[in-house]
Design a protein around this ligand. Structure first.
Ligand code: NAP
Length: 314
């Protein structure tokens, strides 16, 4: 089968296109004819070797997490998929198993979900990691109707879902993005849009009930000033050592720092699908590459300031 696979850790050109053996069905798994894959930062971090201490240096290795496709073969198990089912999901990127950038991928049944028939493969593949991270961030912040929410990095993968999902909750949304993406942030539903650097930044003294830092690297000491007392900040990059900063924020400023890691329970996918069906959430897909140009897709995702999601079609 054709696949995109790493021949070493490194830059996008370490991702090659060519023949690889098809995976073999295992217990509780599915073989999926992959139709679309979306690129997430975790994929290019894997490509760079950030997880080398877990994944070792055995190559060639097919990578890629978010996918959508058609079941080719299913091992018996729950919930019981069958050949021909349209499915989507995310293959965990933190292990050594082959990923989704191939004509056929193997996925654990627990990581796969049936696709509603009104969803396209490209749309479905764009959702799991970024959208489930955004909705979990809003959940961790306790976002409800009429709350004021800042989404930082509002037009990237996580952020563009975050703006739409917060609006769907009835929140008042302020977005920060680069100047060229101001119009897109408004189209996504943001009530106010500022730049994350330059002239038009958030006016001093502005405070929010919640901050979804989709970019994840907001300067920690600025956060308490941007939050109302009791406000919550969520980041997808809140790694364990920052717990100490969270403690300081709580004790000294009465603000909460929390993590917005992806959560993928069935009810979380239900929430996404409901918002999409009600036309409250739509992926932005401006860059679609064929499998043979996966390296270019990774280049765009990492260095090309993509808006929304970068998709690889198979
Ligand atoms: N823990 C988890 O489960 C999880 C899940 C998903 C993502 N993540 C992490 O979350 C981060 C974002 O993921 P993503 O998919 O949204 O990435 P992305 O698609 O690359 O988007 C990043 C966004 O950050 C914006 N940005 C760049 N510099 C900024 C700055 N100085 N201030 C504010 N925003 C800035 C970019 O805007 P411009 O392009 O306009 O400059 C872009 O919109 C990544 O580090 C990723 O690894 C973690």
């Amino acid at each position: 089968m054709k696949a995109a696979y790493l021949i070493s850790y490194g830059q996008p050109d370490s991702l090659q296109y060519g023949e690889m053996p098809e995976p073999v069905l295992q217990e509780n798994s599915l073989l999926v004819e992959v139709k679309a894959v979306s690129v997430n930062p975790v994929d290019w971090k894997v490509r760079k070797g950030v997880l080398k201490f877990i994944q070792g240096s055995k190559f060639p290795r097919i990578i890629g997490a978010d996918f959508a496709g058609i079941v080719k073969e299913s091992a018996p198990g729950k919930p019981g998929f069958k050949a021909g089912d349209r499915v989507y999901g995310a293959i965990p990127a933190f292990n050594t198993k082959p990923g989704a950038l191939a004509e056929v991928a193997i996925a654990d049944q627990k990581d796969v979900r049936l696709m509603p028939d009104w969803l396209s493969f490209e749309e479905a593949a764009s959702l799991p990691i970024a959208a489930l991270t955004a909705t979990n961030g809003l959940r961790r912040c306790g976002v409800t109707k009429d709350m004021t929410v800042l989404v930082n990095g509002a037009t990237g993968g996580v952020g563009h879902f975050g703006v739409q999902a917060a609006k769907a909750q009835g929140a008042h949304v302020t977005a920060t993005c680069s100047e060229e993406n101001t119009a897109l942030a408004s189209e996504l539903g943001a009530d106010l849009v500022f730049q994350y650097s330059g002239e038009n930044m958030i006016p001093e003294g502005t405070q929010f009930d919640a901050i979804l830092d989709a970019w994840g690297k907001m300067e920690r000491k600025k956060i308490p000033q941007l939050l109302k007392p009791g406000g919550v900040y969520a980041s997808p990059l809140l790694i364990p050592w920052t717990k100490i900063q969270a403690l300081i924020a709580r004790i000294r400023y009465g603000r909460k720092f929390t993590s917005s890691n992806m959560r993928k329970r069935p009810e979380d996918y239900n929430e996404l699908e409901t918002m999409m069906e009600q036309k409250k959430l739509k992926p932005v897909i401006e860059n679609v590459f064929p499998l043979s140009q996966s390296s270019e897709a990774f280049n765009k995702a990492e260095y090309g300031k993509p808006r929304g999601k970068v998709i690889i079609k198979i």
